[in-house]
Design a binder for this molecule. Structure first.
Ligand SMILES: [Zn+2]
Length: 406
């Protein structure tokens, strides 16, 4: 396993992270030339399969690839390499409002909703997500729905809706395209789509996007033409970071190396290092270990002055650090993932904490996160959590759940 030289970050999101947005054309997608070329040729020659499965990680550009392909199909004036970007269709596609471009993605029920939810219930959030972060992970998306602890779903009702929509005439007298993001969440409901996948109505294209092939129904797999994304090369990521984010080359090269071919990860790492979260967390633990309450009060004022999103992410960073430290104590492989500069803290936490202490610490941070979400008195909560973390980590006190902050 590659040695990381940066703390491994929560996969689940970075609200203020550098975002990968607006890149909905083939030419704007980093790398993946092996896939773009055959897709372009197939569309251009009019022999694209009607049911396509794109497989890859979100951070490799899965969603942008699906969007680029849909746009290329619907463009009224495409070249051999890309959509034109100017025609009537392209202008609508850019805003994700083309009436013949349909989206299905996992959702949760809205508040007080009785019927099983449809993707269209969350269309506004979806469009915003596409504009802001087309490399978002599934967890990023759930956070946007305020559903971080829930499971999203593609419902049976949604599948019926798909069949209904695709059987209608196209609005603009051209092709119809359905994009299904996280197609693995169709689960057994996917069987409802077999017929339409096998024999789609005329001029209708179904583009399924999935990260986990093993979760897909075989009946779906066998009826689609599969295209696989690859991890991006260091060079592709470097080019993106330097060319689009304006990062200096040395730093971009380091991040490219650490990102394991995942552009979303590279952007997250960049944001984290800029935001100083690792340093802040180390400082916090140090003050707690030393019972340096005067310094802690100053520090709390600093943290309280940061935005709520930063604070929430900081707590999640802390949770992730605890988890990584715990794993590092159990296996050499994980130990190698802890970064120079952070091994001491990781070792220290490991010496001090057993599994129960970890659980208590995690519970404390989760409570803190809960209170930030609800805009409670942050400074008081942070001080309270700090004192209790000291009990848990340093004094090795056992805390009964009901004695926790909440
Ligand atoms: Zn066009």
């Amino acid at each position: 396993m590659a040695r990381h030289t940066w703390p491994v970050l929560p996969a689940d999101n970075a609200p203020f992270a550098l975002k990968h947005n607006g890149d909905m054309n083939f030419s704007e997608i980093s790398g993946q030339e092996h896939m773009k070329a055959p897709l372009r040729r197939a569309v251009h020659d009019g022999r694209l399969a009607h049911a396509i499965l794109l497989l890859g990680k979100s951070g490799q550009g899965l969603l942008p690839m699906g969007l680029a392909l849909a746009g290329y199909i619907l463009c009224e004036n495409r070249s051999e390499s890309d959509a034109c970007g100017h025609c009537n269709a392209c202008r609508k596609i850019e805003k994700h409002i083309h009436p013949d471009q349909h989206f299905t993605f996992p959702v949760v029920k809205k508040e007080k909703q009785k019927d099983p939810p449809l993707s269209s219930d969350w269309m506004e959030e979806w469009r915003q997500a596409l504009n802001e972060d087309a490399l978002m992970s599934y967890n990023d998306w759930l956070q946007r729905l305020n559903a971080a602890n829930k499971q999203g779903n593609i419902t049976a009702r949604e599948c019926q809706e798909i069949v209904r929509k695709l059987n209608m005439k196209s609005f603009e007298a051209g092709s119809k395209v359905l994009l299904v993001w996280k197609a693995e969440l169709l689960k057994k409901e996917g069987n409802r789509l077999l017929k339409i996948i096998e024999e789609p109505p005329e001029d209708t294209y179904i583009i399924l996007m999935a990260e986990d092939e093993s979760e897909l129904l075989n009946t779906i797999l066998s009826r689609t033409q599969v295209y696989r994304l690859q991890p991006l090369s260091d060079e592709d990521i470097l080019q993106h970071l330097v060319g689009k984010e304006g990062m200096d080359e040395g730093r971009a090269r380091e991040l490219a190396y650490l990102s394991e071919g995942d552009l979303a990860r590279a952007l997250r790492l960049a944001s984290e290092s800029e935001s100083g979260m690792g340093d802040a967390f180390r400082q916090w633990m140090l003050m707690i270990a030393r019972s340096d309450w005067a310094a802690l009060l100053d520090w709390i004022n600093e943290i309280a002055a940061k935005g709520r999103e930063w604070q929430k992410y900081f707590i999640r960073y802390g949770l992730h650090f605890f988890e990584e430290a715990l794993k590092a104590g159990m296996s050499r492989e994980y130990k190698a993932r802890i970064v120079p500069g952070y091994e001491k803290l990781s070792n220290f936490l490991n010496e001090k904490m057993d599994l129960e202490a970890y659980e208590n610490a995690v519970r404390l941070l989760e409570d803190l996160h809960y209170h930030i979400e609800r805009n409670a008195y942050f400074k008081v909560q942070l001080l309270n959590a700090s004192l209790r973390l000291r009990d848990v980590i340093i004094e090795r006190k056992r805390i009964r759940p009901e004695a926790l902050i909440r």
